[in-house]
Design a binder for this molecule. Sequence first.
Ligand code: APR
Length: 247
Amino acid sequence: MTDDIARARDLLDHATSVAVLTGAGISAESGIPTFRDALTGLWENFRPEELATPEAFEANPKLVWDWYAWRREIVAKAVPNEGHRALAELERQCREHEVDFTLVTQNVDGLHREAGSHRVVELHGNIRRVKCFGQHHPVEIWPEGDGVPACPRCGSLLRPDVVWFGEMLPSDELAAALAAARTCDVFLCVGTSAVVEPAASLPFMALQAGARVIEVNPRPTPLTPSASVSLHGTAAHLLPLIIGIAQ
Ligand code: APR
């Protein structure tokens, strides 16, 4: 393990362009259940397609709104962990040495920015933001009550500004993520099951373009066999060691 950490550190030290992809695993140690773990307790009888699709919202907007309200409360109480902070430090080190840096996240919790990361591409939106279902009008303030609030501009129901299954990703964010994957020479993949497209393809695109891939995950994923360095452990433990801010 120590050798692998040193190899990961060495790859980052010699990089000219770094791309990072994070998934739900990096926020697990901030107390935010991963997407699949979130379907427990009150929600254990639901499947993702019953809660995180436009069709689910049209069929039962209150159910979907309530699930996101519950998740929004968890996110509001959460604080960034050592893993988020280590990636903010990696960005700072890259800036200092004029190395390109892009952090792409599938997470909707906003914790990377809270930890001090600047160049963050939020591929799946942000749960703290709300927009209307009909016209995508952004809405800053909405009444908390029993029903699903409506858009003050067009009257359509409000929904979280996240990407649901079957929806297009925001085009600017997707373009930035693809560009980072294609041009980096080191790709660091943290806490993602690497199965949900198109994010899952990003490390493979980087590999095809000649980049070396470092993976941090307690469990093996479809990416593991292709990674140059695969570190099995948690993000909050391993990232500070790789970035060199813990021993
Ligand atoms: N540190 C690092 N990785 C961890 C940790 C941890 N402390 N805890 C769990 N993991 C890993 C798991 O082993 C798993 O591989 O994080 C991954 C979480 O996987 P998912 O729940 O599938 O999350 P993610 O890959 O982000 O899902 C992608 O799918 O559900 C949709 O839109 C949702 O953005 C989400 C997308």
